[in-house]
Design a protein around this ligand. Structure first.
Ligand code: SF4
Length: 352
């Protein structure tokens, strides 16, 4: 049992129409992976695709005023709230807020003079948007950089930033305390939760490529989530935004925090397989991720275990000799050739 006293319910802040904290569902975030371009319609199409697979909030790096201008235009048309990630220059933050972004991420410590931070806080307050402070174990303020007790140093860094906001009596703040180290990330967030009720954005920073990054993030985030720590998450991968969102959804499902969506049983394949379950799953992946209902799917390779598993799922498919057979709620509804499996299966899926 944990020896910490955890704040069970954080205060809530609104990011567009998404609420972070206060016991609301944990919001899934990802971050745009390329520089902002003027191809606004293309970006909006991609944002909608991310929304369809479960992205609640999307963050953009905003390194200059030109990018801030573009993000403002996108924010006005986006169907999910957008966050501007800004370092060093308070004017970029002001431009983003004026443009209509739904949240900004800054660290007051790297914005410089107090009056500059005050300007940003004033604009955020006037526009009713929150600010996230992101403490990163790899880039702590110089006074804390040599500390060997990293988790405590991360907490102190967060408190230094918090003091600045408290001076301006600004409470719409979300914190993140991230490191690439699992233990220190968990410890820093637990220490913070013990003392404060500000909502927490969880993540393991620079977690790595798809598989190692997902495994490490799962261990770190699950440990905190099951202790009721965390109000929004991002899985930080050297991989696509879609895979970050898929990983985040699976972590929430496995932690018992998201009960909707598809539960998949699938065969790993062996020498008996007459149906290529791996390729089939890749082909239907994005259709599955759009499903909001709670349904079970079985994708099986042969008649050894296939009919049994497929029959028990809401929708199941199995290889059967040279054919495939589709079951719906235990009854055979379709038979055909593997080449038509994707089309037939998606037709059945769309009936849910
Ligand atoms: Fe092998 Fe068939 Fe089991 Fe898949 S379902 S692992 S093909 S025995």
């Amino acid at each position: 049992m944990s020896s910490y006293t955890i704040c069970m319910k954080t205060k809530s802040v609104k990011v567009g129409d998404v609420v972070i904290g206060g016991g609301f569902p944990i919001a899934i975030q990802t971050m745009w992976k390329s520089p902002l371009s003027n191809k606004i319609d293309d970006i909006l199409v991609k944002i909608d695709e991310l929304k369809d697979i479960g992205t609640d909030i999307l963050r953009f790096a905003v390194p200059d005023l030109e990018s801030a201008e573009i993000l403002g235009k996108i924010s006005k048309k986006s169907h999910i709230p957008l966050v501007a990630d800004i370092h060093f220059d308070y004017k970029i933050a002001l431009k983003c807020i004026e443009g209509g972004v739904h949240k900004i991420r800054i660290n007051p410590g790297n914005i410089g003079a107090s009056w500059k931070v005050e300007e940003v806080v004033k604009a955020a307050r006037e526009n009713s948007i929150p600010i996230r402070v992101g403490v990163n174990g790899g880039s702590l303020p110089s006074a804390l950089r040599d500390r060997t007790d990293l988790a405590f140093a991360m907490l102190e860094a967060a408190e230094m930033e918090l003091n600045i906001f408290e001076k301006f009596n600004f409470k719409e703040v979300v914190f993140s305390l991230k490191s690439s180290d699992i233990k220190n990330t968990i410890m820093a967030n637990k220490l913070f939760s013990e003392k404060y009720s500000y909502p927490l954005h969880l993540g393991l920073t620079e977690a790595g490529p798809l598989i190692p990054g997902t495994v490490k993030s799962s261990i770190a985030l699950n440990t905190m989530i099951v202790d009721n720590i965390g109000d929004t998450i991002r899985v930080s991968l050297s991989d696509s935004m879609k895979n970050e969102v898929f990983a985040a959804r699976e972590i929430l499902k496995a932690s018992g925090k998201e009960s909707t969506g598809v539960d998949i049983v699938s065969c790993p394949r062996c020498g008996r397989a007459s149906f290529n379950t791996h390729d089939f799953l890749v082909d239907i992946e994005s259709d599955l991720q759009k499903i909001k209902q709670n349904i079970s799917i079985a994708v099986m390779g042969c008649i050894v275990n296939g009919p049994g598993e497929a029959r028990h799922a809401d929708l199941g498919i199995t290889g059967s000799g040279e054919n495939i057979v589709i079951f719906r709620k235990g009854k055979i509804v379709r038979k055909g050739k593997p080449g038509n499996a994707v089309e037939m299966f998606i037709e059945e899926l769309n009936k849910f």
